[in-house]
Design a binder for this molecule. Structure first.
Ligand code: 6GU
Length: 253
């Protein structure tokens, strides 16, 4: 996958591509990237890339011309072009999977109050929001979107790592532990030391349901739960599968 990032602040983007798993993906040749400084396409001695909004209001708007020139010059016109914005379509794992199929992705990082709508109308294929809050810059949102997408590209991480994780089944992840067995008076749950694979699977299933119920109850209605998972969920909810209340304690989980 080839990733192009258009930005007024290249120094905010570069470290992401030269660190950790992304660094390895770039070295392996699975991902290639290009960071384009929009200011290089701005005119005048001051290389002005933003101006006041028509109709009044606070803040500055990124000008159409420098951004358009950067898009055209990078050969991204007509490709999938993402504009991270709080007023975009919400990013989900499913959306990330769709973007991961692309050979080429371009990101325009907005700053100030926004980007001239004519650039969006002409070039942008995807306006994406990463959540219901406002960030001061599009760069951090672009990095979040790129991270969610590139890791799904074949060869970046092992298929086993993707299999069990949050959202892939519609549920959140179970807790993980590593050595030592005791740390600060806290022990690793004994089931994980038992070597009993069925019990471990059941415990993890239970924890995923419990965590999802506590942190993201909205996900449960959409998750396709097996009969066994439904039974476990009912048990967590303190009921048996006939809806009768049972006595149950936290330590059983
Ligand atoms: Cl994509 N950009 C900005 N600036 N703020 C956001 C966002 C994006 N998504 C949520 N908040």
């Amino acid at each position: 996958m080839r990733i192009t990032v258009l930005t007024l602040f290249p120094e905010m983007i570069e470290p992401f591509f030269t660190s950790s798993i992304m660094k390895r993906a770039v070295e392996k040749g699975i991902i290639s990237y290009r960071i384009v400084d929009i200011r290089e396409y701005a005119e005048g001695v001051h290389r002005k890339a933003d101006d006041i909004p028509y109709g009044g209001g606070a803040g500055m708007v990124m000008m159409a011309a420098p951004v358009s020139r950067a898009i055209e010059d990078s050969g991204s016109a007509g490709r999938r072009i993402v504009f991270p914005t709080p007023s975009g379509r919400p990013l989900t794992e499913c959306y990330a999977e769709e973007l991961a199929k692309e050979e080429e992705l371009c990101f325009i990082c907005g700053h100030y109050e926004g980007l001239d709508q004519r650039v969006i109308d002409t070039y942008v294929t995807d306006e994406i929001s990463i959540g219901d809050y406002v960030l001061s810059s599009g760069e951090s949102a672009a990095v979040v979107i790129i991270d969610a997408v590139y890791r799904l590209v074949e060869g970046v991480i092992t298929p086993e790592s993707l299999e069990d994780e949050s959202f892939s089944s519609g549920l959140l992840e179970y807790p993980q532990y590593t050595r030592p067995e005791r740390y600060c008076m806290k022990s690793v749950p004994s089931v994980l030391l038992s070597g009993h694979h069925r019990h471990i699977t059941e415990w993890r299933c239970c924890k995923r349901l419990e965590k999802t119920m506590l942190n993201r109850p909205d996900l449960l209605s959409d998750a396709s739960l097996s009969i066994e998972e439904r039974r476990t969920l009912l048990k967590i909810l303190n009921k048996d599968d006939k809806g009768t209340c049972q006595r149950w304690t936290l330590s059983e989980l």
